[in-house]
Design a binder for this molecule. Structure first.
Ligand SMILES: *Cc1c(COP(=O)(O)O)cnc(C)c1O
Length: 360
C-alpha cells in the first residue's frame, strides 16, 4: 500500500485512523451481523449511529440547545436554494460575494426574492474579504449570507458581519471543524461534508430554532428544514454510511486530536509552514492579502503557466496529488484540511524548495 498526500479541495483526505476503523467494521458493525451499508435506517442499531453522530457534532462544536441540526442530501449547492426558500420571509436578503460559491448562492437566491449584493471582492479577483464594518446592510433583509472560507481563492473571514435582528447565514463547507466556532453568532450554518467531515453525499445545517417554520408554502418537503429536522433527519432514507463516517471523524477530533482548539493549533502550524515558505520564495507566490489567508486552502503560482504544469506533474510523481488550482483561477492550490498530517505539508515544502532550486 502506498498512500499519497492528497491535496484535493474535495472530496479530500480522511484521517487514517478513521479509515482503519471503517475497515475493521466494514463487514460487521458491532455484533449486528451486518455492515452499516446494509442496515435498515429504521433499525435500533442505526438509530444509535445517527443519534450519536448528531450528539458528537453538538459536543465538538459546542452547539447551543436552541439550535437544531439536520442532515440533507444534495450537497452544499442545494443549500443555496434551501436558505432562501426557508428563510427569505421579507422577500429580500443581503449577500456578500467573495468568490464562486457565494456568487452561485446569490444567483440561486435571486429566483426566490430580491438579492442585494452588498459587497464583493471581485474588483481584486477575490484576494481579500470586504470589511464587514463598512458594509451597509438592509434593515429589512431576511438574512445576511456569506461564504466563510473561499475554497477556490484561499481566503477567509477574520471578522463576521453582525447586524442586530438580521441573522447571519454562513456556508462553512471548507472550514467547518477547522477551529472553534461560536455558533451563537449565526442564524444558520451549513456545509457540504466532503471537505473536512466525511465522504461526499450530504450537507449538514445547524439552524437557530426561531428561524424554522417560515418556509415558502411551495417548498418541497425534502428542501424544508423543518420537515427534515422534525423527522430527526429520517424523513426518508438518509445517506446512512456518510453519517456513520461523519461520526467516526467527530470521534477522532474529540478523542485523538483533543477538540477544536487543538485542531486549530495544528491547522495554523501547517498553514504557517506553507505560507512562510511562500513568503520567502522568489519563485512561488501567494496572491491573497495576508490577513485573509485561508488556513485550509493555500493558493500559489510559479513564474509561468508552463512551470505550474511541470510542477503539478512532478509533484504527482513524487506522491503529492491534486495540487492543480481550480480551473477558473489556474496555478496551484494545496488544500490542507484537518486530515492532512503535518508531515504531508513539511514534505510538500521540501519538494517545493527542490523544485524552486532546479527551475529558478
Ligand atoms: C465545495 C463547496 C461547495 C459545493 O459543495 P457541493 O456539496 O459540491 O454542492 C459550496 N461551498 C463551498 C464553500 C465549497 O467549498
Amino acid at each position: 500500500m502506498a498512500r499519497v498526500y492528497n491535496f484535493s479541495a474535495g472530496p479530500s483526505m480522511l484521517p487514517l485512523p478513521v479509515l482503519e476503523t471503517a475497515q475493521r467494521e466494514l463487514l460487521e458493525y458491532g455484533s449486528s451481523g451486518q455492515s452499516v451499508m446494509e442496515m435498515s435506517h429504521r433499525s435500533a442499531v442505526y438509530d444509535g449511529i445517527i443519534k450519536e453522530t448528531e450528539a458528537a457534532l453538538r459536543r465538538v462544536l459546542n452547539i447551543p440547545d436552541n439550535y437544531k441540526v439536520g442532515f440533507f442530501q444534495g450537497g452544499a449547492s442545494t443549500q443555496f436554494a434551501m436558505v432562501p426558500l426557508n428563510l427569505m420571509t421579507t422577500g429580500k436578503a443581503d449577500y456578500i460575494v467573495t468568490g464562486q460559491f457565494s456568487n452561485k448562492a446569490a444567483k440561486e437566491a435571486q429566483k426566490y426574492g430580491e438579492v442585494n449584493v452588498v459587497a464583493s471582492s471581485k474588483d481584486k479577483n477575490f484576494t481579500y474579504i470586504p470589511d464587514p464594518d463598512t458594509i451597509e446592510f438592509h434593515d429589512d433583509a431576511s438574512f445576511i449570507h456569506i461564504c466563510e472560507n473561499n475554497t477556490i481563492y484561499g481566503t477567509r473571514y477574520v471578522k463576521l458581519p453582525q447586524k442586530e435582528g438580521v441573522p447571519l447565514v454562513a456556508d462553512m463547507s471548507s472550514c467547518i471543524l477547522s477551529r472553534p466556532t461560536d455558533v451563537s453568532k449565526y442564524g444558520l450554518i451549513y456545509f457540504g461534508v466532503q471537505k473536512n467531515v466525511a465522504p461526499a453525499g450530504m450537507a449538514v445545517a445547524i439552524v437557530r430554532e426561531d428561524l424554522l417554520g417560515h418556509a415558502d408554502p411551495k417548498t418541497p418537503a425534502m428542501l424544508n428544514y423543518q420537515t427534515i429536522i422534525d423527522a430527526e433527519s429520517m424523513y426518508n432514507t438518509p445517506p446512512c454510511y456518510t453519517i456513520y463516517m461523519m461520526g467516526l471523524v467527530l470521534k477522532w477530533i474529540e478523542n485523538e486530536v483533543g477538540g477544536l482548539a487543538e485542531m486549530e493549533k495544528r491547522n495554523n502550524a501547517k498553514a504557517a509552514l506553507l505560507y512562510d515558505y511562500l513568503d520567502s520564495s522568489n519563485f512561488f507566490h501567494n496572491p491573497v492579502e495576508k490577513e485573509f489567508r485561508s488556513i485550509m486552502n493555500v493558493t500559489f503560482t510559479s513564474p509561468s503557466p508552463e512551470l505550474d504544469k511541470k510542477f503539478c506533474a512532478e509533484a504527482a510523481e513524487a506522491g503529492f496529488v491534486n495540487l492543480k488550482g481550480h480551473r477558473s483561477v489556474g496555478g496551484m492550490r494545496a488544500s490542507i484540511y484537518n486530515a492532512m498530517p503535518h508531515e504531508g505539508v513539511e514534505k510538500l515544502v521540501e519538494f517545493m524548495k527542490r523544485f524552486e532550486a532546479e527551475n529558478a
